[in-house]
Design a protein around this ligand. Structure first.
Ligand code: AMP
Length: 216
């Protein structure tokens, strides 16, 4: 089993971008449950149909359904470690990781003030062709030049529900992992490169603390 990491943070905290960069730097798999689910919706698969009912409203897909996806990807790539992006999102999902002996080296919590989150999400654009690319404010994709679209769940009322769900079900994981001593707080305000270097700096430190804040 390789090294596994979790990226935790509110919607719009930049965790997808940072997870991809961390996975690239450490040669690990990048597992984004949101991206996998959007892929299933695009394929119109049975799983996609089930997931869309929840995702369209800004709600979470049931724990078992999402855990099966993660387990399958990890199971078919046993030796590679992974950066888990958007998983776990509930205490039950975190417990499922433990129950299946999936060891997590560090949990990076990307902290961004709520005002920034709302501003970022309402401007977020998505490239359907590249699938992974999420950028802000751009009309065309920086990678393939296709016109950018807005993610179905980045509409104002759905954003509000996703934030409610985040505060109620996902944010408690910060305390849960902090109590286990494996959580590192990363200041998520700054350039993509700055945030990445904060994570890389925190990577090999034994004492988990906060990185990139005024007093650190
Ligand atoms: P994301 O791309 O991470 O923002 O996820 C988009 C949507 O996919 C979320 O709002 C949820 O509806 C669903 N989703 C992604 N990951 C999970 C998860 N771990 N548990 C439940 N639902 C998830």
């Amino acid at each position: 089993m390789g090294r596994n990491f979790i990226l935790l943070g509110p919607p719009g905290s930049g965790k997808g971008t940072q997870a991809a960069m961390l996975a690239g730097s450490l040669n690990l798999l990048h597992i984004s449950t949101g991206e996998i689910l959007r892929g299933e919706i695009a394929k119109d698969s049975e799983l996609g149909k089930q997931a869309a009912v929840y995702m369209d409203k800004g709600n979470l897909v049931p724990d078992e359904l999402v855990f099966d996806i993660v387990e399958e990807v990890l199971g078919t790539n046993k030796k590679a470690g992974a950066v888990l992006d958007g998983f776990p999102r509930t205490k039950r999902q975190a417990e499922m990781l433990c129950e299946h002996d999936i060891d997590i080296e560090k949990i990076f919590y990307i902290s961004v003030p709520t005002e920034d989150i709302v501003r970022r999400l309402s401007k977020r654009h998505y490239c359907e062709k590249c699938n992974k690319v999420v950028t802000y404010d751009d009309e065309f994709c920086l990678v393939c030049s296709s016109p950018m679209t807005v993610r179905a769940d980045d509409k104002p009322d759905v954003i509000r529900q996703r934030l409610r769900v985040y505060h109620e079900l996902t944010e408690p994981l910060v305390k849960y992992y902090e109590a286990k001593g494996s959580l590192v707080r990363i200041n998520g305000v700054g350039t993509v490169a700055e945030i990445h270097s904060r994570m890389m700096a925190a990577l090999n430190k034994k004492d988990n603390k906060a990185w990139g804040f005024d007093n650190t």
